[in-house]
Design a protein around this ligand. Structure first.
Ligand code: NAD
Ligand code: LMR
Length: 325
């Protein structure tokens, strides 16, 4: 049975994400960690009559007890955007938060599968990798940047222009998780939805900048929380299934060194020297087992990939330098 810790559990994402994890009957322990509000939120969720025992942990002194023995650690801790900000503007605060929480992972549960939600994902995942490397416990197969919300948006936004499209059909989204680093592969459903060139451009742009729609609508009160909790849980549920022996395939921002041969496909498309990229990954009980190609990528999507490479490289470098400096 599976033990899950949510770090940042009392936040806008953390609360509904913890609620969804609580509903999963394969989870036996749900450890909720935050620096504020955690006892109340955890007490509330703990009354739900499912299998897992919920425990609250508040403040750095309790991080060790929270993480010891965990199979999966999900991290939505950190500040969200306000209108006018990019995800990179969050680096100054969130880089240090992720660094310190991952130090806790390195010390207490280095074998856990670690899911990073905190933005900017293109930098926080390399930060996590560097901290784990520094501690001699880095297993690239076990570290994931959660970009599932882009996949969720892709299916929903196609449905908005083609009402007959099944909104559960997954559409691969590769690259990174910010603006033009997000590369939806709409050609994977093109034989069914037959979008015009203009529609492809419009839907692609909407997926790339879907986060901004929510930030603007919330008008200073943060960014996507409920759709992100759904997306984050979808990813965590896939990992739980994988741990229980049912391998899964997800697009996720990972270290390409896990499968040099599989990564070749993405490198040939333009991700030549990148250490991290969101790819279609086959995931088993110990993390990523292999990277798989995506068929039928269009010339337009190849251009998008090429435009994504340089910003992702800069984001990775910022993360790496933050720890190595
Ligand atoms: P929020 O402010 O509502 O919640 C964040 C929580 O983190 C708060 O409860 C806060 O107390 C906690 N926190 C802060 N420092 C902490 C620390 N050192 N240890 C533990 N907890 C700490 O923000 P939110 O809306 O939940 O967003 C959280 C993060 O997720 C943001 O960085 C946001 O940009 C990101 N996000 C990512 C995606 C994605 O697709 N990957 C989607 C939406 C939001
Ligand atoms: C999103 O895509 O909704 C998140 O990355 C939050 C944001 O800042 O837009």
């Amino acid at each position: 049975m599976v033990k899950v810790a949510v770090l940042g559990a009392a936040g806008g994402i953390g609360q509904p994400l913890s609620l969804l994890v609580k509903l999963n009957e394969d989870v036996t322990a749900l450890n909720m960690y935050d620096i504020v509000r955690c006892p109340g939120v955890a007490a509330d969720i703990s009354h739900i009559n499912t299998n897992s025992t919920v425990t609250a942990f508040q403040g750095n002194d309790s991080l060790k007890d929270c993480l010891t023995g965990m199979d999966i650690v999900v991290i939505p801790a950190g500040v969200p955007r306000k209108p006018g900000m990019t995800r990179d503007d969050l680096f100054g605060v969130n880089a240090g938060i992720v660094r310190d929480l991952i130090q806790g992972v390195a010390d207490n549960c280095p074998k856990a599968l670690v899911c990073i939600i905190s933005n900017p994902v293109n930098s926080t995942v390399p930060i996590a990798a560097e901290v784990l490397k520094k501690n001699g416990v880095y297993d690239p197969k076990r570290l994931f940047g959660v970009s599932t919300l882009d996949i969720v948006r892709a299916s929903r936004f196609v449905r908005d222009v083609r009402p007959s499209f099944n909104a559960h059909t997954p559409i691969p989204v590769i690259g990174g998780h910010s603006g033009n680093t997000i590369v939806p592969i709409l050609s994977s459903v093109q034989s069914e939805v037959k979008l015009s060139e203009d529609e492809i451009k419009t839907v692609t742009h909407r997926i790339q900048f879907g986060g901004d729609e929510v930030v603007q609508a919330k008008n200073g009160e943060g960014s996507a929380t409920l759709s992100m909790a759904y997306a984050g849980y979808r990813f965590v549920a896939s990992l739980i299934s994988a741990i229980k022996g049912k391998p899964t395939t997800e697009c996720t921002f990972i270290d390409l060194s896990v499968d040099a041969q599989g990564a070749q496909f993405y490198r040939q498309l333009g991700a030549t020297d990148l250490e991290f990229f969101s790819v279609s990954a086959n995931i088993g009980p110990n993390g990523v087992e292999s990277i798989q190609p995506i068929s039928g990528i269009s010339p337009f999507e190849k251009e998008l990939i090429q435009a994504a490479v340089s910003p992702i490289a800069q984001n990775i470098a910022s993360g790496v330098n933050f720890i190595r400096k």
